[in-house]
Write a protein that binds this ligand. Structure first.
Ligand code: SF4
Ligand code: F3S
Ligand code: FES
Length: 256
């Protein structure tokens, strides 16, 4: 009589061998040409693309470039094209993907190398163009900075502040592909957030100066790729539609 114990599910689970194709290119190296490079990785339980890419860098190619800071969907630095769709590598489980995975850098942003792009430079430039900070000039305004805010309003502002500036919305936006200066859903969301804030003393006419053109709210063609891919599930469609109505109104009232 056999004394062998029946195999547990863990014993019989088949480990997948992932075939990860990475778009490699170093724009600093004149000899470098864009090409897909295949790396094979044994999948581990609860593996994310962050873990898989680190495995590749540790064991196969230390020169592979990609960005991670928080590993928790907070810093926005690990956004890339995952099978052609913008997403966060640290929040993407390999188990939701097929065995063959293709990774490429986010389009639209300056390429640093391989999967690393300079989203920070573009975001800084956009924030400066939109003056995306609270404008409170007089002493009285400064006192208002300390005033208590209604919880409902604070909640609304907090909801829009959840943006992590990952750049996925721009990578998924047809307008952004055509207009490098387009502020995108991320920029329009910033203005919507400031507009809600009673500490920002600017009027709709002031906001119109910043986003009342084709690089702003009138450049949006309601393609909604931004909303589809936003990893924070922000209701960008509603914010953009609301800002468009407000800016149209501002234009009518100012006789533009
Ligand atoms: Fe990322 Fe969403 Fe913010 Fe765009 S709006 S930068 S997709 S978090
Ligand atoms: Fe682009 Fe989103 Fe408008 S994808 S066109 S910003 S609705
Ligand atoms: Fe910070 Fe992915 S590493 S969001």
């Amino acid at each position: 009589m056999s004394t062998r114990m029946p195999a547990s599910p863990a014993d019989t689970a088949v480990v997948r061998r992932l075939k990860i194709h990475v778009l490699r290119y170093n724009p600093q190296d004149p000899a470098s040409k864009p090409h897909l490079e295949l790396f094979e990785v044994d999948e581990a339980p609860s593996m994310t693309l962050f873990v898989a890419l680190n495995d590749i860098r540790d064991r196969q190619d230390p020169s592979l470039q990609f960005d991670f800071v928080c590993r928790a969907g907070i810093c926005g630095s690990c956004a890339m094209l995952i099978n052609g769709r913008p997403g966060l590598a640290c929040r993407t489980l390999t188990s939701v993907l097929g065995e063959r995975i293709t990774l490429a850098p986010l389009p639209f942003f300056e390429l640093i190398g391989d999967l690393s792009v300079n989203t920070g430079k573009w975001m800084r430039g956009m924030s400066e163009r939109l003056e995306a900070w609270i404008h409170s000039s007089s002493e009285m305004d400064l006192r208002r900075l300390e005033e208590r805010m209604e919880p409902e309003l604070a909640e609304q502002i907090y909801e829009l502040e959840r943006c992590i500036e990952c750049g996925c919305c721009l990578a998924a936006c047809g307008t952004a592909r055509m207009r490098q200066e387009f502020v995108g859903a991320v920029g329009l969301n910033k203005i919507a957030r400031l507009r809600l804030d009673p500490r920002d003393q600017r009027t709709d006419a002031d906001y119109y100066e910043l986003i009342g053109d084709d690089d702003g709210v009138f450049g949006c063609m309601s393609l909604l790729g931004c909303q589809d891919v936003c990893p924070k599930d922000l209701d960008l469609q509603t914010q953009i539609a609301y800002m468009r109505r407000k800016m149209l109104r501002a234009a009518v009232f100012s006789g533009r």
